[in-house]
Design a protein around this ligand. Structure first.
Ligand code: ADP
Ligand code: MG
Length: 323
């Protein structure tokens, strides 16, 4: 459906998008997740033909966005970060204007306007001035115009920014609903939002695509738990001594120590924490000390996000990280 190949964008000498490639199939909700300045809007502007790339290709259904812009753009509805809404118009007037610009007219235009007004829930405000609408409703008008022309792909750039909590929930529900009939790509810097709405997450950091997978797979692949917390009757010196011979421990932190027990955190770089747990257990038995409590910490997608976006000088895409 959409294929992005080696997309690169320089603003002057500043590299905003750095050799991004990915493929998007139809009928899913995709989330562009990344902190501010990551390059999400730049990528979306290029994908929708609003901005030229320095190099690379974007193809929509096989049509190159730069070589065959008309055919490619017909497949895409776009809500940019700052949509050019005409404040003195009503939603109805504005949708008529956009629909005509997209080549619709007559009864087909009327039918589609009715349909998108219904889909986005703006029937009650369709004759008000846009300037008098809340940000939530303006965003709906923006989504309605993206839907005109019945494009198969809807691209929404940070559609929930600046909305109040209730409006955010409504727009998220709307995105999920659109995902049943369209391919939806939306951007966000909020992990939980992307996690709850998307089938697939594209994590972008400093112009690079650092991960592309389902939320569940990202957690599984990238975050085998890497921390063990244990309570033992060994004192900190005995504890260090016992663990000296256990390989693969990258850090040992004593959190708490009374005369009777010690609480410590053990970190490892290894993937197989179960093997490490076993080695720790046997070391304690050999050292004639006992483990009173032992827990494996499970990583979260948030940890992945922080790790990936903080350390994106790491050249390897995260999906290919070694075990
Ligand atoms: P995001 O949408 O993820 O917040 P952007 O794509 O808007 O990121 O921006 C990526 C980087 O490119 C940022 O560092 C931003 O300052 C820079 N940038 C964006 N637009 C321009 C521009 N027109 N000229 C120069 N730098 C820009
Ligand atoms: Mg942006």
């Amino acid at each position: 459906m959409i294929s992005v190949e080696h997309l690169t964008k320089y603003y002057g000498s500043f590299l905003a998008v750095d050799d991004i490639s990915f493929e998007i199939d139809k009928g899913h909700v995709y989330g562009f997740l990344g902190p501010n300045g990551a390059g999400k809007s730049t990528t979306m502007n290029i994908m929708t033909g609003c901005l030229s790339a320095t190099s690379g290709h974007v193809r929509i259904d096989g049509h190159d966005i730069f070589d065959e812009p008309d055919k490619a753009k017909r497949q895409i509805g776009y809500l940019p970060e700052h949509p050019p809404l005409y404040m003195s118009d009503s939603p109805l007037e504005y949708l008529r204007f956009v629909g005509e610009a997209k080549g619709l007219h007559g009864t087909e235009l009327d039918r589609q306007i009715d349909e998108v007004i219904h889909k986005t829930g703006i029937a009650g405000v369709k004759n008000r001035r846009i300037s008098n609408l809340s940000k939530g409703y303006r965003q709906r008008v923006g989504i309605a115009q993206a839907l005109l022309g019945n494009p198969r792909v809807i691209i929404l750039d940070e559609p929930t920014v600046g909305l109040d909590p209730l409006q955010i929930i409504e727009i998220r529900d709307l995105i999920k609903e659109l995902g049943q009939t369209h391919t939806v790509i939306f951007s966000s810097h909020i992990l939980s939002e992307v996690q709850t709405i998307c089938d697939e997450i594209l994590m972008i950091s400093k112009g690079k695509l650092v991960a592309f997978d389902t939320p569940a797979n990202l957690e599984k692949k990238l975050l085998a738990p890497n921390e063990i917390r244990l309570t033992t009757d060994a004192n900190p010196d005995q504890l260090r001594h016992i663990l000296e011979k256990v390989p693969a421990i990258s850090r040992l932190t004593v959190e708490e120590s009374s005369g009777r027990w010690t609480v410590a955190r053990i970190n490892t770089d290894r993937r197989d924490i179960y093997e490490l747990s076993r080695a720790i257990y046997l070391a304690f038995a050999a050292g004639d000390k006992v483990i009173l409590e032992m827990a494996l910490k499970k990583g979260t997608l948030e940890d992945v996000f922080i790790e990936l976006t903080e350390s994106s000088t790491n050249e390897k895409p995260a999906g290919q990280k070694e075990a």
